[in-house]
Design a protein around this ligand. Structure first.
Ligand SMILES: Nc1nc2c(c(=O)[nH]1)N[C@H]1C(S)=C(S)[C@@H](COP(=O)(O)O)O[C@H]1N2
Ligand SMILES: [Mo]
Length: 423
């Protein structure tokens, strides 16, 4: 008897035989996924056989309900880590649909490893030019009225290797994987400042992390009062450990390094602290020999994530050209797409939600006629700022610039449909 639908009564009930088969299938299916952690687990995952699924999942009982949701073993998006303690892990932009970055795929950038912090011993101290210096526990922070907002965090070094050493075999992840977008929940810094009474002479806030790098940056008081959060939740759960558990500073639209993770101290001061992280690092050398300092805001930027290397277009006809656009200056208002290397541009569709300081999905339906093409995207934000071409970017910022790489990216589509990164 052929079984065609869920509503049909199975010819025979799922018995012990079927259950054994299901378990066998499950073991094969999960072989590479549920093994122990550590290097052994990672190794096992790499060497695991390809997953197998039953011919027809409707004919045998499924897997037992789990303590955690797991990805289908047919989906294997992963970060690409480089470096050990001073490292970074790039987010697989090409595997992401919509705008939210799954928490375990949020990029990571650590100056001295991932701090492991016991939430019961965590504290945030606020002192300096304040009337009432205070120490807040995690519980204290959670008792204040919370705010939830979606925004991106982008490392200011994002795009550096694509600028310095572009290679045709770079993926979207390799090119721009140091940006991610989450729904963050936490307490507004303004609320905490109300508690401690920030004095009139305070103009800057020194923010310091509790990790071994003790990363610290000076942040203008106005920004802290405007929209800064001490975030303790990410996409509905506690902030992930690599992203600053149990709490991080969130500065919507500001360069990644200022979003201090494992935040332990805020000090109200009257001038910038000139800490190592804002003098030796995070200044931008310019062609005339001077350097930009305090380049806080991330400029508008976009990247096509599909099609992108290593995709091959399998036939002529309609293909969605889609990607992400974002700006630290508010909302993305327009994204233009070119399929002819920038000679002509068409306004792409913005796929909602379009939120300020958040990744915004764009889409342009493109009819590929089988001839070579060059795909580009150009983001425009609500201030009228237009994402610069590579030529303009080179001229203004020079070859030696070190941060804020936001020029237009180009993917080359060859006659056989293979897609390669160009610049
Ligand atoms: N305490 C602390 N905060 C930190 C860092 C760090 O190493 N230590 N790295 C910074 C940098 S350079 C970036 S780009 C962002 C990265 O945040 P993520 O790892 O959650 O993606 O965190 C910033 N905050
Ligand atoms: Mo960064």
């Amino acid at each position: 008897m052929r079984r065609t639908g869920l509503d049909e009564t199975p010819a025979e009930p799922a018995g012990a035989m079927d259950r054994r088969r299901a378990v066998g299938v499950a073991a094969g299916l999960l072989g590479g996924v549920v093994l122990g952690g550590g290097a052994a687990g990672v190794l096992a995952q790499q060497t695991a056989a390809a997953p197998v699924a039953p011919e027809d999942a409707s004919t045998i009982p499924g897997l037992p309900s789990g303590a955690l949701g797991i990805r289908s073993p047919f989906e294997t998006p992963a970060l690409t880590p480089i470096g050990v303690t001073t490292g970074a892990s790039f987010s697989p932009l090409q595997s992401i649909s919509g705008t939210i970055t799954p928490s375990d795929l949020h990029f990571q950038r650590h100056h001295n490893g991932i701090a492991v912090i016991d939430p019961r011993r965590y504290s945030l101290t606020i002192h300096g030019l304040v009337d009432r210096p205070m120490v807040f526990s995690l519980e204290d922070l959670r008792r204040f009225p919370a705010v939830t907002r979606t925004c991106f965090i982008e490392c200011s070094g994002n795009g550096r290797s694509a600028y310095r050493t572009p290679k045709p075999t770079m993926t979207a992840q390799d090119v721009d994987g140091l940006t991610s977008n989450s729904e963050w929940t936490g307490v507004p810094v303004a609320t905490l400042f109300n508690e401690v009474g920030v004095q009139r002479t305070a103009k800057w806030i020194l923010a310091e992390g509790g990790d071994a790098s003790r990363l610290s940056r000076s942040i203008p008081l106005d920004k802290m009062l405007d929209d800064a959060l001490i975030a303790y939740a990410q996409n509905g759960e506690a902030v992930r450990m690599p992203n600053g558990y149990p709490a991080r500073l969130l500065l919507p639209g500001y360069e990644g390094n200022m979003n201090i993770k494992w935040i332990r101290r805020l000090k109200a001061i009257d001038q910038p602290n000139m800490s190592k992280d804002e003098t030796s690092k995070y200044t931008d050398p310019l062609p005339d020999g001077t350097a930009r300092q305090f380049s806080f805001i991330m400029d508008a930027k976009s990247i096509i994530t599909s099609p992108s290397y290593p995709t091959q277009l399998t036939s002529h006809g309609w293909w969605p050209v889609t990607g992400l656009a974002w700006t630290g200056r508010g909302k993305i208002t327009r994204v233009d797409v070119s399929t002819d290397g920038g000679r002509s541009w068409t306004q792409a569709e913005l796929v909602g939600p379009v939120l300020p300081m958040a990744h915004t999905r764009f889409r342009h339906m493109w009819q590929w006629d089988g001839t070579p093409a060059r795909l580009m995207s150009r983001a425009i934000d609500e201030t009228g700022y237009v994402q610069p071409t590579l030529e303009t970017f080179r001229r203004v910022r020079g070859a030696g610039t070190d941060y804020h790489f936001n020029s237009v990216r180009t993917w080359r589509v060859e006659q056989d449909g293979h897609v390669f990164f160009e610049a």
